[in-house]
Design a protein around this ligand. Structure first.
Ligand SMILES: [Zn+2]
Length: 448
């Protein structure tokens, strides 16, 4: 199949006007001008999207597909109180509810041009949803406990799930990893156990880290709302003593950064020493600008991290915190926030942010050999974004139009590994009406 559009954005190389991408057997074979490629391959079916951008699918570095039904549930509380309320509401969900909630997320990812998710799941619903929908994914099994005595049980249950999820998925599309939840919900020995397990089994790891002032104060000084409210929910917890160090230093001391494929999420509360630790351990970071702003978590120091050489990509986080899985919004708001706090001569530009949502995110997951850009030999994870609307014209610079004048509704085509999984309001792998009806059915149960 020959995919064509006014703009082809390979990302690793400059964009091509009136370009085309030749896809065969699930892979990208050739990229170039439409005229040249169609002459060389006269028998190929041509799909021309007109005034649109053909680009690699977005790689969303932080999702919780199974929280999708919590969209809009707690919209006006800061992070610690948002987290408490969410934990209370999630008790109400049955396994079937989790499953349909994760499918709702998969549905949204595909229609938003997201082709790979780095998803944290405890219930296993996300693992099933990515398989059912055809999404490419790293699904990390979440673990947490502050009780040292429970660590062996927690780890053996996680190992069981990791084996089951691995055997139920297509290994070309889905990797399984492990995710200690956060410094305020994990005993330090759990970080060490996770690191040992991940190194032994060569698994990717992710964790929420340095994401709020409250978490910082909890780890360093032993105080904050998290120290009181969160632990009240589990009265058996052992007492927590201040560590005197930052969250980044703390988890590094417990061996978490010995893991080769490590992704830290949020990192709004980091200083120069923390950034050095992240860079020297080659820890990747997920930048989640909208979620961080909405829950008052702070601003990630993007320029300093990029300067230090940290691998960074964009994450949308879950609809529970962020309402939509829209990478266009993340790129736009992420760029604007950085310019607002850091009006440097060297403005972050739109092209850089499109790269953060694609190739840089693939590098963060160590998947850039396979996805993240349009290059011969890579997987055909390709999306088409319509740029023909009145609010987008004229399109002088396709990167600027994508970042400043497009959103998830403009995605008209999503292909993963050569399979078309979304096109103009249709999802061949998912029963959209049933999933939407189930989301509405769950609404009364989650309110109040
Ligand atoms: Zn998260």
């Amino acid at each position: 199949m020959l995919l064509a559009a006014r703009y082809v954005l390979p990302i690793a190389t400059p964009h091509i006007e009136h370009g085309a991408v030749l896809v065969q057997d699930g892979k990208i074979v050739e990229i170039g001008e439409l005229e040249v490629l169609s002459a060389a391959h006269p028998d190929e079916e041509v799909r021309d999207f007109g005034l649109a951008a053909l680009m690699p699918g977005f790689i969303d570095l932080h999702t919780h597909l199974e929280y999708s039904v919590m969209r809009g549930l707690v919209d006006d509380l800061p992070y610690p109180r948002w987290k408490m309320q969410l934990m209370e509401k999630e008790q109400r969900l049955s396994p079937e509810n989790w499953s349909d909630s994760a499918l709702l997320g998969a549905l949204e990812a595909l229609r938003s041009g997201i082709t790979t998710v780095a998803d944290i799941s405890e219930s296993g619903a996300s693992a099933a949803a990515v398989v059912a929908s055809g999404l490419r994914a790293v699904v990390y099994r979440e673990v947490s406990t502050m009780d040292k005595a429970r660590i062996p049980t927690v780890m053996s249950q996680a190992a069981e799930d990791i084996d089951a999820w691995t055997s139920s998925a297509d290994s070309d599309l889905v990797q399984v990893g492990i995710a200690p939840h956060a410094p305020y919900s994990c005993h330090p020995d759990l970080f060490r156990s996770v690191a040992e397990y991940a190194i032994e089994h060569a698994l990717p790891v992710t964790t929420h880290l340095a994401g709020s002032k409250e978490e910082y104060q909890f780890v360093k000084y032993g105080s904050s709302a998290l120290a009181v409210d969160y632990r009240e929910m589990e009265p058996d917890r052992v007492p927590w003593l201040p560590t005197g160090v930052s969250p980044v230093t703390y988890v590094a001391q417990w061996g978490l950064f010995d893991v080769e494929n490590m992704l830290a999420v949020h990192c709004t509360q980091v200083d120069e020493a923390d950034i050095d630790i992240l860079a020297s351990n080659d820890v990747s970071v997920a930048y989640c600008p909208r979620c961080n702003a909405k829950l008052g978590m702070g601003v990630m120091p993007l320029r300093r991290m990029l300067h230090a050489g940290v691998r960074i990509g964009i994450g949308t986080d879950s609809p529970a915190s962020n309402n939509t899985m829209d990478v266009f919004d993340e790129m736009r708001i992420g760029l604007l926030i950085q310019r607002a706090i850091d009006a440097n001569e060297q403005f972050h530009n739109a092209r850089k942010f499109v790269k953060l949502g694609t190739l840089d995110a693939a590098r963060a997951l160590r998947m850039d050999h396979a996805v993240g850009s349009l290059e011969p030999g890579k997987q055909a994870d390709v999306i088409a974004v319509d740029l023909s609307h009145s609010h987008q014209l004229p399109t002088l610079n396709p990167y600027s139009t994508l970042v400043h004048a497009a959103n998830q509704d403009n995605v008209v085509f999503t292909m993963i590994g050569g399979k078309v999984l979304y096109e103009n309001g249709t999802w061949p792998t998912l029963d959209v009406e049933r999933i939407k009806a189930r989301a509405e059915e769950m609404r009364p149960m989650l309110r109040g």
